[in-house]
Write a protein that binds this ligand. Structure first.
Ligand SMILES: [Zn+2]
Length: 131
């Protein structure tokens, strides 16, 4: 199924579900984030976009249509939080469980002072570089 067919498929399912739940007469799609209503033409004009979980850049899969504004907002809020959580999980795995490697920036807080450092963990060996 190509991208347009997939969008049409999401639209059809969403519009049917919306009509069934609300009894609303017009054939439209409800953005699951902002609850805005959009006509079928919103697919062609690019107002309705494919929402991926995780983000498409991280190899995510399309799960629904959202309006362009919501998709953009989730891109820099929810997706960024997911990426940060993944980094945290990888660093904990490398630091605590000594499984895998990690390289990234960390904030160290000690005695009320905070400094940004670069942390490297390879085979359980920890290197902290202060830039
Ligand atoms: Zn929206």
């Amino acid at each position: 199924m190509n991208k347009i067919e997939l969008k049409k498929n999401f639209f059809e399912k969403g519009a049917k579900a919306f009509r069934k739940i609300t009894g609303y007469g017009d054939y439209c799609y409800c953005c699951p984030i902002c609850k805005g209503l959009f006509p079928f033409q919103a697919i062609k004009t690019g107002v309705l976009t494919m929402e991926h979980v995780h983000s498409e850049k991280l190899g995510g899969k399309p799960i629904a249509l959202t309006c362009k504004q919501c998709n953009s907002t989730t891109g820099y809020t929810i997706d960024a939080a997911i990426v940060n959580r993944d980094k945290l999980n990888k660093s904990v795995e490398a630091l605590v469980r000594k499984n895998g490697s990690y390289e990234g920036n960390y904030s160290l807080k000690m005695g009320g002072e905070t400094i940004n450092v670069n942390l490297e963990v390879h085979n359980g060996n920890v290197t902290i570089n202060v830039p």
